[in-house]
Design a protein around this ligand. Structure first.
Ligand SMILES: C[S@@+](CC[C@H](N)C(=O)[O-])C[C@H]1O[C@@H](n2cnc3c(N)ncnc32)[C@H](O)[C@@H]1O
Length: 270
């Protein structure tokens, strides 16, 4: 369950306490994702992949992040796609978080209506039991979703005239939260921490869906993103060091449903 608005005061209090003994400025975004981070773990390369996909669809792309929260990820996307907008159901969240609501985040419920058409719609979260895929399908030809294993609805768009183009796996905030907590804020021995890390289970799956006419150009774009990433030309965000330190490096091996995956590697679909 995502946090309810009334839980936020408790969370804030816990955050204040945490700040008194925190080892790193960047831990809080993974331990308190709703207050100061994002529910999915990302690197700059995820943002760049998404921006490149949008630019392969249009020279001046429009982009909507549905359920954007206070806009942690959206802010990063806007550095590449200045027209990017967000849609967030909860206006109270901004008051409770004491955050300014930027004009590019509109308050609205995607379940009721998405106002206009967008080149790309990003769906970072869909609550179990609430399904507005048909509303999204009316308003875009390219959809990027993240699915937090075990938490959010498996938002598959194959039945809506889209084809799955590509996917990749990143750790979820829970993966990182557990590793940080064990490593820095518990008295567990290194040996136990190592054995616990074999139980890693919650991952974040990113899927790109598009109408067939965009499929090949998006694949080409993502292949050229991969080529740049291999050359390590771009510096990541400062908080990415935390991911490296707790063993979730770029192209690190993980097992999902007994299959081996490399984190951030891109799988392409025919
Ligand atoms: C788990 S939070 C994720 C927030 C942000 N994307 C992040 O990663 O931190 C889910 C957000 O989606 C919003 N939300 C849920 N259903 C929605 C809907 N039907 N329309 C718009 N926003 C919605 C919630 O209010 C909440 O802020």
């Amino acid at each position: 369950m995502p946090p309810q608005i009334d839980d936020l005061s408790f969370a804030f209090e816990a955050l204040k306490q945490f700040r008194k003994y925190s080892y790193s400025l960047y831990h809080e975004r993974f331990i308190f994702p709703f207050l100061c981070g994002s529910y999915f773990t990302y690197r700059r390369i995820d943002v760049e992949r998404i921006a490149s996909i949008a630019k392969s669809v249009s020279n001046d792309p429009s982009y909507l992040d549905i359920g954007c929260g206070y806009g942690d990820f959206l802010e990063k996307v806007r550095q590449y796609l200045p027209k990017a907008e967000g849609m967030e159901k909860s206006v109270e969240m901004f008051f409770k978080l004491g955050r300014y609501k930027p004009d590019y985040i509109k308050i609205g419920d995607a379940y009721n209506e998405i106002e206009k058409k967008y080149d790309v719609i990003f769906v970072g979260w869909m609550e179990p039991g609430v399904d507005y895929r048909d509303k999204i399908a009316e308003k875009t030809e390219v959809i990027i979703t993240t699915l937090d294993q075990g938490l959010s609805l498996a938002a598959e768009f194959d039945g809506f005239g889209y084809e799955r183009v590509a996917s990749w796996v990143t750790p979820s905030w829970e993966d990182i939260n557990t590793e940080i907590t064990n490593k820095y804020y518990s008295k567990l021995s290194d040996e136990i921490i190592k054995s616990l890390s074999k139980l890693r289970g919650a991952h974040n799956l990113w899927y790109v869906y598009a109408k067939p006419k965009y499929k090949e150009s998006i694949k080409r774009t993502l292949k050229s993103c991969l080529a740049c990433e291999y050359k390590k030309e771009n510096k990541g965000y400062d908080f990415e060091n935390v991911l490296d330190e707790v063993g979730y490096r770029y192209l690190e091996n993980v097992n999902i449903d007994d299959k081996r995956h490399l984190l951030w590697d891109i799988a392409f679909y025919d």
